[in-house]
Ligand binder design. Structure first.
Ligand SMILES: [Zn+2]
Length: 98
């Protein structure tokens, strides 16, 4: 974890509704070789997304996770605005590679 981790964590705790208001589960922080990521189980997809992991479509109803940078230089809110949808399996396959 980087030097900014503790401060970023406090910022998230100060605004629990920002993280929890969206549909699905709570976001979890995960450390990877390329930084820390916030990962939230999103449940069945509401619409089509393109998975950055495999480049294929996440069809409506498919299990997926939303992922965003935990320590975005632009702040936690902007980081969450830039979140991406991944197939659940693709994200965890990626996490194992890093
Ligand atoms: Zn995928």
């Amino acid at each position: 974890m980087g030097r900014r981790s503790r401060r970023a964590q406090r910022a998230l705790e100060a605004k629990p509704l920002d993280v929890a208001r969206a549909r699905g589960g709570f976001a979890m922080r995960q450390s990877a070789g390329d930084g820390d990521w916030m990962v939230r189980p999103a449940g069945p997809a509401a619409k089509r997304y393109t998975c950055p992991g495999c480049g294929r479509t996440i069809e409506p109803g498919m299990d997926n996770v939303t992922v965003w940078e935990a320590d975005s230089l632009l702040g936690p809110e902007v980081g969450m605005e830039l979140r991406r949808h991944w197939h659940t399996a693709c994200w965890y396959a990626r996490a194992r590679r890093h």
